[in-house]
Design a protein around this ligand. Structure first.
Ligand code: ZN
Length: 680
């Protein structure tokens, strides 16, 4: 799963979806904490503040060849990766006790770096699975194979995660969602514009390439590839569009396995669940039943040879990065170069470090925070979060559009939310993951099996609210409405988001805004539908809900009018939650900043007033440049707006910004106060 798919599936509202990994180019100056040389002062702040603050940087920065983009999130992630590398190399050298965290992490890394062994093996590690697929004779056997695969339960045709039941948030359920597509979303199968057609034909070529690498002749390989594309195209029709997945009520269906079995006899849900080892489970959640109904019809109607080809392709595609160079290269050509426009693959150590983070995240994380997370950072962050929480409380109390009844519950929800900072209180146990220094593939498989076992053990059990959904080195943050919590991994609590030596203007414009963003998620168009206990339940009066919808409508329209590339329009509905979080985050952070000593003073630094520095610091956090190809994918699937609009969008609606930079009627970001969107 890609990052965005994962977050979407788990219902987490993250701060950003940046494909990760990069090289240190030019980070802003650390003495003044704002990079003045990156500004373009020929641009009027009131016309385009993003460019005023970052224009020169945008002009002079070249995205590194091994990257999909560059800027704040990327360069910090890059620094974190260098730190991770130091840990991994040290652990790999140390003669650690078998079974210790150091041994697992170090040997895992060493096995991934051992390209001599990996290249010699070719696709040997997959041969037993390929033989199993080859022996299947009908779609029923295909289903049985998918369900029983210990390292990839349900295959790519069944998408699921284990997480809180939206309407009973203290209990975990298995949640099935739409799946079966290899391309980013349904429209990629039908759109006829040139870039999409190019992607589709490259996709077919990629599938064919993988088949030729296991000895299929090129003509047969092409036929197989075409069959797979057609199969996926048929399934794509049943998919909901990304924006339609954001409605938690419409995507909640609690169903008895017995009923599903009756409704979709070909999928035979009871049998499938039994084969997955879930005999005791008789109730499940299905986000998008329409997809499974389509799959139920599609499976028997598709030649079994095509279904088997699809399984083979999935197996190769999913594991290409663990195999010898030709497989890895083929995967990069499509998944990196074609889809995201990345000219070069990142260095191997970065890819392996990512894999260790994905496979043994909290083992690596434990070593990471011990070495790199200063103990006082947690305390400082907590103070910041508490300050913003206080401001939010005052703002809710003063809202003129919300009734006292709804306010009462809103305030309970606000007072009750959990703050997770840095890293989990208890680390996950990886004792059943076998790590062998010479078996990279086996190590990943063992971690995958561990993962499924860990997840399956949670089904129908109480939710462990102390669990984390991101690993410590991650440069991101999230809000989880079913836990009523906001979470900030150690990885993001660093410059340019946060620095203990920076002035408040910079920290509030940076991490302060991030905190406010996550808090607002708990009250955005999705988050607001969850009550103080994290249950999806309508706790709003009808009138307040109507007023909320009227308040957010201008935000949908505003962002829906922004365009990128050649007139590619943003989807105002898809990005609504994030845009509300950006607007709320800026508002809360600014108000909290105004309570600090610097916020009350008018002492300039570097020629800027405290307020100006706050806005410049904010704009610096979103200093990101992205490749066109990546941008194109993100516009269709990413709920976050492009960086430029994450700066200019909220500022358009923010009076204190007008004052700080003398924004006047006639300038592009100017809107009369009555037309400015204000929600929280
Ligand atoms: Zn967000």
């Amino acid at each position: 799963m890609t990052m965005s798919k994962q977050l979407l599936a788990a219902g987490l509202f993250a701060l950003s979806v940046t494909a990760c990994q990069q090289k240190d180019q030019d980070t802003p100056q650390r003495t003044t904490f704002f990079d003045k040389s990156g500004m373009d002062t020929t641009v009027l702040p009131g016309n385009d503040f993003f460019s005023f603050a970052n224009g020169n940087w945008v002009k002079t920065t070249k995205i590194p060849d091994d990257q999909t983009g560059w800027g704040s999130f990327y360069s910090l992630y890059d620094e974190n990766q260098l730190k991770t590398k130091a840990i991994l190399e040290e652990a790999a050298k140390a003669d650690a006790k078998k079974g210790s965290v150091e041994q697992k992490v170090g040997d895992f890394y060493a096995s991934g770096m051992d390209t001599a062994t990996i290249d010699k093996l070719g696709y040997e590690p997959l041969k037993s699975e390929l033989a199993k697929i080859d022996a299947l004779t009908d779609y029923k056997q295909v289903l049985a194979y998918l369900a029983a695969d210990e390292s990839n339960r349900g295959g790519e045709l069944f998408g699921f995660y284990i997480g809180a039941d939206d309407r009973q948030s203290s209990i975990n359920r298995i949640n099935f969602g739409q799946a079966g597509l290899s391309l980013p979303e349904k429209d990629y199968y039908t759109k006829t514009d040139e870039p999409t057609q190019k992607i589709r034909s490259a996709f077919v070529a990629y599938i064919a390439k993988l088949f030729t690498l296991i000895g299929v002749d090129s003509t047969t390989a092409k036929t197989k590839a075409q069959g797979i594309l057609e199969f996926e195209t048929a399934l794509a029709k049943s998919h909901k569009a990304p924006a339609d997945l954001r409605d938690p009520v419409a995507n909640y269906n609690k169903l008895a396995v017995a009923d599903l079995t009756r409704q979709m006899p070909n999928l035979n849900w009871r049998q499938f669940m039994d084969n997955m080892g879930l005999k005791r489970i008789d109730t499940v959640l299905v986000g998008q039943p329409g997809y499974y109904q389509a799959l139920d019809k599609q499976l028997p109607a598709t030649p079994v040879s095509v279904l088997k080809d699809r399984l083979v392709f999935d197996l190769l595609d999913r594991n290409a990065g663990l195999l010898s160079k030709p497989f890895e290269q083929a995967s990069f050509e499509f998944n990196g170069k074609t889809l995201y426009g990345q000219p070069q693959q990142p260095e191997r150590w970065k890819r392996i470090a990512n894999q260790v983070d994905g496979s043994l995240g909290e083992a690596l994380g434990e070593l990471w925070v011990k070495k790199y997370f200063p103990p006082d950072a947690k305390e400082r962050m907590l103070t910041l979060v508490n300050n913003l929480q206080k401001v939010y409380r005052e703002r809710i109390e003063k809202l003129d559009w919300m009734s006292p009844e709804t306010k009462k519950v809103a305030l309970i929800k606000l007072d009750r939310f959990t703050k997770k900072i840095g890293y989990p209180d208890k680390w996950k146990d990886y004792s059943d993951v076998e790590v062998n220094r010479t078996d990279y593939f086996g190590n990943v498989q063992s971690a995958r099996k561990h993962h499924y076992k860990e997840e399956f053990d949670k089904i129908n059990q109480p939710v462990d609210r102390s669990e984390w959904g991101m690993t410590p080195p991650t440069v991101n943050a999230y809000a989880n409405p079913t836990n009523n919590e906001i979470v900030f991994p150690a990885g993001i609590l660093q410059f340019p988001f946060f620095d203990k030596d920076a002035d408040d203007a910079i920290n509030y414009g940076g991490i302060g805004m991030v905190i406010g963003h996550e808090m607002t998620h708990l009250f955005d168009d999705q988050g607001r539908q969850y009550d103080p206990n994290g249950n999806l339940r309508d706790w709003w009066t009808k009138q307040d809900a109507e007023r909320f919808k009227a308040k957010v409508k201008p935000v949908v329209d505003q962002y829906g009018n922004y365009t990128v590339l050649n007139n590619l329009r943003l989807n105002g509905q898809l990005t609504l939650g994030e845009n509300l979080a950006d607007l709320g985050g800026l508002t809360l952070a600014y108000q909290a900043f105004k309570l600090t000593e610097q916020g009350k003073s008018d002492e300039t630094i570097d020629g800027f007033t405290p307020d100006q520095r706050f806005f410049l610091g904010f704009a610096q956090v979103w200093r990101v440049k992205i490749r066109d190809e990546t941008q194109r994918v993100l516009v269709s699937v990413d709920p976050h707006s492009p960086a430029k609009f994450r700066v200019n969008g909220p500022l358009t609606n923010f009076e204190p910004f007008y004052k700080a930079f003398d924004v006047k009627p006639g300038q592009k970001l100017y809107k009369p106060e009555v037309a400015q969107a204000k929600v929280w």
